[in-house]
Design a protein around this ligand. Structure first.
Ligand SMILES: C[S@@+](CC[C@H](N)C(=O)[O-])C[C@H]1O[C@@H](n2cnc3c(N)ncnc32)[C@H](O)[C@@H]1O
Length: 239
């Protein structure tokens, strides 16, 4: 198992992705491309269409969660663990595409006996698009995503209009919050523009929000130590 990059030219081909529980860590699930036999190459979908496995949230959690929050790009899982412990009545699903970080998070959840969080390894865009059902998430958190500062890499940024469309689809009807934080000024400005243009999204707090639940993330602590400004916002999605 290895870290993989978002391929360029995604519109031209699709990978087959499978959902599997980790054999060593029951709180860790994988939704990653199926590899062609005896190779490290992902298998392409024969019809070039998204592969959407039959999936219900009960597969990940023991019951269908009545209140579920999503954390996108959990890193080493510090926020996921603290937030889940702070809110034992809710379920929290973290996503992370790096295998080492996802496994670290799973061990951390086990060590602290966190029963109301799961970590799902894979690219969040495809997790949302191909796996997560409509109307099942109560709030979403996205803290310090990779900023891809070089111009030619900016296409890899996750916070894009098509991603926000998926966010809207998976959030429950009514008003739901999206918590956003970054240290990267330019990515922040573009993200806030995307939020402002997205139908049904309203920026409630712009760049002035406090760490959610008082929990600062690992990357946030690093950036604070470097004296970088932190931009945290809260966006309300309504439908
Ligand atoms: C800069 S780190 C921040 C981690 C954590 N949120 C924090 O604030 O400490 C960004 C994390 O997002 C993960 N990541 C980046 N793109 C992702 C994607 N498309 N899906 C899932 N995880 C992603 C990276 O592997 C990395 O662990």
């Amino acid at each position: 198992m290895q870290k993989y990059e978002i391929p360029t030219g995604l519109d031209k081909y699709e990978f087959l992705r499978d959902l599997n529980v980790d054999l060593k860590h029951p709180l860790l699930w994988h939704f990653v491309p199926r590899l062609a036999p005896n190779t490290k190459k992902p298998m392409l979908s024969p019809d070039n269409l998204p592969h959407k496995p039959d999936f219900k949230m009960e597969q990940l959690f023991d019951n269908n969660p009545s209140y579920l929050e999503l954390e996108i790009g959990s890193g080493k899982g510090g926020f996921l663990k603290d937030y889940a412990l702070q809110n034992p009545e809710i379920q929290v699903l973290g996503t992370e595409w790096d295998y080492g970080c996802a496994r670290f998070t799973a061990r951390r959840l086990e060590k602290h006996q966190v029963s109301n969080a799961r970590i799902l390894r894979g690219d969040t865009f495809f997790i949302l698009r191909d796996l997560v059902p409509d109307n099942c998430i109560d709030a979403a958190h996205m803290y310090f995503p990779d900023p891809w500062p070089k111009k030619r890499h900016q296409k890899n940024r996750l916070l894009r209009p098509d991603f926000l469309q998926e966010i809207s689809r998976v959030l429950k009807p009514g008003k739901c919050k999206f918590y956003w934080g970054t240290y990267h000024q330019e990515y922040n400005e573009i993200a806030l523009e995307h939020f402002a243009k997205h139908p049904g999204a309203k920026i409630l707090e712009k760049n002035t929000a406090s760490p959610t639940g008082g929990i600062t993330t690992l990357f946030e602590q690093r950036f604070l130590q470097e004296g970088l400004p932190i931009y945290r916002s809260i966006i309300e999605f309504s439908k």
